[in-house]
Write a protein that binds this ligand. Structure first.
Ligand code: MN3
Length: 246
C-alpha cells in the first residue's frame, strides 16, 4: 500500500510531468491553418468555381464545409484525374462527363482511376449546381407532374430520396435521375460512381461522404439530408429534366 508521503510525492511528480507535458501539448494545440495543398498537377481538367459564396447555403450547409469540400476535396479529384490521364492526352480533350459516360472505352490501365477521380470531378461539378438557397421549395411544371406520377406526390419523392441517401452504406451518393427508359428513378451509387456510366441523366444529387457533412452534423447524416432538401435548386433540376426528355 502507498504511504501518504509516497502518495503526495506521486501527486507532485504527476503534476510536474503534466505541466511539462502540457507545454508540449499546448504548443501542438495552438490552431494552425492547414498547410496549403500541393498545387493540383497541371493538366486539362480544371476545378470549376463554386459559383456562389461559401456561406451562401447557411445554415443548411455551413461555410467551412463548403470551402474544404470544394477547394480541397474536389480539387484533389481534379488533380488525380489529370495525373491519371497524363499519358493519354486525347482523353483530356473530352468533357469529364463524356469520359465517365464512356468508361468502358477508357484504357483499362487507367479505367479505375478515371472511374474514381473522373467520377469525383463530374459528381462534385454537378452537386454544386444542384444547390441554391431561396430556390422554389418544390418543382413546378412537367417535372412536378412526372414526380407525382412516379412517386405519388412530392412528399412521396422526398421520403424515397431521404431513405436512399440515409441508407447508403459507407461513402457514396443518392440521385434523382431520368433513366434510359425516360423514367424518373431514385438511385444510389457507391464511392464516386456516376449514374452517367449507366446512361442515366442526373437531376438532383446529394454527396453523403462524411466529408460533406461531418464538421456541422458529425454522425447525424439524417439531419444533413433533411437540411439538404431546403437547398435543392428545382429550376436547375427542371432544366436537366427537359434535356433528358428531349
Ligand atoms: Mn464530396
Amino acid at each position: 500500500m502507498m504511504t501518504r508521503r509516497q502518495a503526495l510525492k506521486s501527486v507532485v511528480l504527476t503534476g510536474a510531468a503534466c505541466a511539462a507535458g502540457a507545454r508540449g501539448l499546448y504548443a501542438q494545440a495552438v490552431p494552425t491553418l492547414p498547410a496549403p495543398p500541393a498545387p493540383a498537377p497541371a493538366g486539362p481538367f480544371k476545378l470549376p468555381p463554386l459559383g456562389y459564396a461559401f456561406d451562401a447555403l447557411e445554415p443548411h450547409l455551413d461555410a467551412p464545409t463548403m470551402q474544404i469540400h470544394h477547394d480541397k476535396h474536389h480539387a484533389t479529384y481534379v488533380g488525380n484525374l489529370n495525373k491519371a490521364i497524363a499519358d493519354f492526352p486525347e482523353l483530356g480533350q473530352k468533357p469529364v462527363e463524356e469520359l465517365v459516360r464512356g468508361l468502358s472505352g477508357v484504357p483499362e490501365k487507367i479505367r479505375a482511376a478515371v472511374r474514381n477521380h473522373g467520377g469525383g470531378h463530374a459528381n462534385h461539378t454537378f452537386f454544386w449546381q444542384c444547390l441554391k438557397k431561396g430556390s422554389a421549395p418544390k418543382p413546378a411544371g412537367e417535372l412536378a407532374q412526372a414526380i407525382d406520377r412516379r412517386f405519388g406526390s412530392f412528399p412521396g419523392f422526398q421520403e424515397q430520396f431521404t431513405k436512399a441517401a440515409v441508407g447508403v452504406f459507407g461513402s457514396g451518393w443518392a440521385w434523382l435521375c431520368v433513366d434510359g427508359g425516360k423514367q424518373l428513378v431514385v438511385e444510389t451509387t457507391p464511392n464516386q460512381d456516376s449514374p452517367l456510366t449507366a446512361g442515366h441523366q442526373p437531376l438532383v444529387c446529394i454527396d453523403v461522404w462524411e466529408h460533406a457533412y461531418y464538421l456541422k452534423y458529425m454522425n447525424r447524416r439524417a439531419d444533413y439530408v433533411a437540411a439538404f432538401h431546403n437547398v435543392i435548386d428545382w429550376d436547375f433540376a427542371a432544366e436537366q429534366f427537359k434535356k433528358a426528355m428531349a
